[in-house]
Design a protein. Structure first.
Length: 146
């Protein structure tokens, strides 16, 4: 049911923890399953030089957070906003359909952290247009089908 990569990132997640004096922190939750994901970013210039996460959630949420952090480490904040839940799931060699919403949480956690960064630094990113870090992220699946 789960790919080897999912199992590997679940049992040995990368970038777990928190960053003291992080430049940005994002947190999202899924009201239905109750899982929570928190991401910390250290940003220099506009590059994400360090990233850590804490996920209180299912194995897929942990695996997707781990993979998402690996995918945006060293990238610019703008590039991080391009990360889709589909790309994260693909990088993990797929997720069971019923677990796709867990990858949405990872995408939203990254966006939420960049949102925090934008707020603190008075920056505008069109990718964050309409993004609400406090909304329930369970209903977003359809927006990510493309
Ligand atoms: Fe809640 Fe996976 S079941 S994020």
């Amino acid at each position: 049911m789960y790919s080897e990569k999912v199992m590997e990132h679940f049992t040995n997640p990368r970038n777990v923890g928190e960053i003291e004096n992080a430049d940005a922190v994002g947190q999202v939750g899924n009201a239905k399953c109750g899982d929570i994901m928190k991401m910390y970013l250290k940003i220099e210039g506009d590059t994400i030089i360090d990233i850590k996460f804490k996920t209180f959630g299912c194995g897929s949420a942990i695996a997707t957070s781990s993979m998402a952090t690996e995918m945006i480490k060293g990238k610019t904040v703008k590039e991080a906003l391009q990360l889709t839940n589909r790309a994260v799931a693909e990088a993990l060699d797929g997720l069971p359909a019923v677990k796709m919403h867990c990858s949405v949480l990872a995408e939203q956690a990254v966006k939420s952290a960049v949102y925090d960064y934008a707020q603190k630094n008075d920056l505008y990113f069109e990718e964050l247009e309409g993004f609400d870090p406090d909304e329930d992220h369970d209903h977003h699946d359809d927006h990510h089908e493309e």
